[in-house]
Design a protein around this ligand. Sequence first.
Ligand code: NAP
Ligand code: ZN
Length: 363
Amino acid sequence: MSNTATLPDQQLAKKGSGNVPAYAAQDAKATLAPFTITRREPGPKDVQIEILYCGVCHSDLHTARNEWQNATYPVVPGHEIVGRVSKVGKDVKKFKEGDFAAVGCMVDSDRTCPECKDNLENYCNNMVQTYNSPDKHLGSMTYGGYSKRIVVDEHFVLRVPDTKNLAGVAPLLCAGITTYSPLHHWKVGKGQKVGIVGLGGLGHMGLKLAHAMGAKVTLFTTSPGKTEDAKRLGADEVVISKDPAAMEKHAASFDFILDCVSAQHDINAYLNLLKRDGTLVQVGAPEQPLATSVFSLIFKRRNFAGSLIGGIKETQEMLDFCAKHGITSDVEIIPIQKINEAYERLLKSDVKYRFVIDMASLK
Ligand code: NAP
Ligand code: ZN
C-alpha cells in the first residue's frame, strides 16, 4: 500500500483539484447515482482533461454489479473517454491546452517490466486501470470516465486523429482496441475466413475492423433482428447461432474466430467451426467459466486463446488506422441520467451498438 493510502481526508483534499461531479455505484445492488470525486492537481507529466463523451462498456456493468468479484466501492465506471485538455504539467510534450485527447482502460503501469518495455502495458502486473484500481496519488481507488474531468499521465493519453465525430471515437478506446489487438496479433487479413461472435459494442467494432483488414467476415448472433445491420457494418454472411443446421454448414472452416459475448454460452459450438490450426480468441468475459471440451481442441490441433485490451502504442496505431479507414463506432448518445436504463438494455442485447454518455448532461 502506498503512503498516501493512509493520509487523513483533509490532507487528501488539499492534494486534489476540487469537487468533480461523477456517477457511482455504492454497492453491487445499487443503481448508479450522482457522486462527487476529487481529482489530483496535474503533476509535471500530467494532462487534465474535461470529459466530453464516455462510452458504456459491458465491463462497466460487470464491475458496478461486482460480477467479477473484484469491485471496491464506490465504483465510478467508464474507460472510453474523449475530451478536451484544460491543463498540462510543465514536462508534458504531446499535448497542450485545447487539444482533444482520449483515455482508455489504463492510466498507469510500472514502465520497467518486460511487458512495459515491449509496449504491452496492458499485460504489466502493476497496470493501473482507469477505474477500480488503487490510486497511488490520492489514496482512494481510481475513478473512471462517468465524470466531468480526469487527470492522467501523458504516456497513457492518446491523440485523437479524427475529431469530426468525437462520440463515435470514444468507444474505440476499449471496444476498438480490444478487437483490433487480437485481429492484428493473429495477422487477420485477406484470404482468411473470420468469425465474430456477438453483435454488441465489441462485436460491431470487430466486424468493422476485420472487414477493413480484408478478411471475409461471418457474424454469429443470437438476435435475428440484427442481420441487416451486421451486413451494413461489414459482415459478408450472418449466422443465427441458435440454428444448429446453420452452424453445422460452417464446421471446420474458419481460420480465426473472435468471441465477444458477455454471458454464458457454448464455446464448443465455435471451437468446432475452426479448421486445422485455427484460433478462437476469447475477449468477452462472462462471470462464470466456459466449459471447454478437449475433443473440440485436440482433433484439429485448434487453439483457444485470450486477449486483454491493447498497449498504448497499439491503441494509438488503432486510432490512426480507424481515422485512415473512416471507422468510428455506431453510437446511441444518452444523458448520464439514463445510465441505469442503458445497463438494463445491455443485458437484453438491446444496444446499437454502443451507448455513449454526453457528459454535458452531468452538472
Ligand atoms: P455488449 O455490448 O453488451 O455485447 C454483448 C453481446 O453478446 C450482445 O449484444 C449479444 O450479441 C451477445 N450476447 C449477450 N448475451 C448472450 C448470451 N446469453 N448468449 C449468446 N450471446 C449473447 O458487451 P460489450 O461491451 O461488447 O462487451 C462484451 C464482453 O467483453 C463483456 O463481457 C466485457 O466485459 C468484455 N470485455 C473484454 C475486454 C478485454 O480486454 N478482453 C475489453 C472490454 C470488454 P447478439 O445479440 O449479437 O447475440
Ligand atoms: Zn471496456
